[in-house]
Design a protein around this ligand. Structure first.
Ligand code: UDP
Length: 322
């Protein structure tokens, strides 16, 4: 079985590649290295440097492939509001190019990197897949649109897909095989790390008056190696059931921003310089996932997502490669 991992040099993609190689698949990575990094490539995986906007290159990469995992996308929420054209082109057109290349080459199975951002600002704190989709930024909207396109390509072109709605992806491979640190990170844990390592003088906690246990926002942090295993299980599921599905991936429990900072200080024995600041617009107080569907249908279980493990594995990589 040969899987094409589109975006396989990125943060989540490279963890997926490792999981697929470990489970015995042949892997071909297709990545333009715009945010993905060469250092994240595995020797055992074939690599094609290419862009999802380059249709002939995609069609060539699709030859001899049994299934596709697609993670190539623009993912900065703030930027998506300033440059919707860029997000429309890369996330929407790019994914449609991937799907059309699959149709052309007769590849049927597709595992898609979706996001909890498709839900927007839901009224409930714990979300299942039936929670109404109401994205509040163009990034989330682009992923929702792709989910819709996938349903149509299922009906009209016979593409069978699993769309995985990730909650907050964090952590690093425990063997240290993924080495690339994200440049200019926008997410909480890498920002905490950069504050420890002095890239930032201090960080800001966005809001301390939320109706949560300590006033700061609560999120469902899921270890990237747990996300990776879900991709492999999703591919197996498609082969067995031939049925399309949408699934949440989270732990079901939440941690506050303050808890993230304090646990980091306890685990690393380093001080995190932070100040309390204003709320960031568009942040719901608390978001957590029901992931029963992934557990039932895929037999998936998060194994690496304790807060200590998440922080330790991230700190280790920063210590080594920063
Ligand atoms: N956050 C923060 N300061 C930062 C970055 C993030 O307080 O410098 C908070 C943010 O408000 C949210 C949580 O950390 O409640 C996780 O944010 P992130 O951007 O990592 O992911 P999101 O939940 O927005 O997808």
């Amino acid at each position: 079985m040969r899987i094409l991992v589109v975006g396989g040099a990125g943060y989540i993609g490279s963890h997926v590649v490792k999981e697929l190689l470990n489970t015995g698949y042949d892997v071909r990575v297709f990545d333009n290295l715009s945010t993905g990094q060469e250092i994240n490539l595995f020797e055992k995986a074939e690599f094609i440097r290419g862009d999802i906007l380059d249709v002939p290159a995609l069609e060539k990469a699709m030859k001899g492939i049994d299934g596709v995992v697609h993670l190539a996308a623009k993912k900065a929420v703030g930027e998506s509001m300033e440059k919707p054209d860029l997000y429309a082109l890369n996330n929407l057109n790019g994914t449609i190019n991937v799907l059309n290349a699959m149709v052309k080459e007769g590849v049927k199975y597709f595992v898609f990197s979706s996001t909890a951002a498709v839900y927007g600002m839901p009224e409930v704190e714990v979300l299942d897949e039936q929670t109404p989709l109401n994205p509040i930024n163009f990034y989330g909207f682009s992923k929702k649109m792709i989910e819709d396109v996938l349903s149509w390509y299922d009906k009209l072109k016979g593409i069978k897909f699993v769309a995985l709605r990730y909650f907050n992806a964090v952590g690093y491979d425990k063997e240290g095989d993924v080495k690339g640190l994200e440049k200019n990170p926008q997410n909480l844990l890498p920002i905490i790390m950069e504050t420890i390592f002095g890239v930032r003088e201090k960080m800001t906690v966005f809001g301390s008056d939320y109706p949560t246990k300590d006033g700061t926002c609560v999120r469902d942090y899921i270890h990237v190696s747990d996300l990776a295993s879900a991709h492999e299980l999703a591919f197996k599921y498609l082969l067995k059931s031939n049925e399309s599905q949408v699934m949440n991936l989270g732990t079901g429990s939440g941690h506050s921003v303050k808890e993230m900072i304090e646990t980091t200080q306890a685990v690393t024995k380093k001080k995190v310089a932070y100040e309390m600041g204003a709320r960031r617009s568009g942040d719901p107080a608390a978001l957590m996932a029901y992931s029963e569907k992934a557990k039932e249908l895929l037999g998936w279980q998060p194994k690496h997502s304790s807060l200590e493990n998440i922080i330790e594995s991230t700190y280790r990589i920063y210590q080594k490669y920063f």
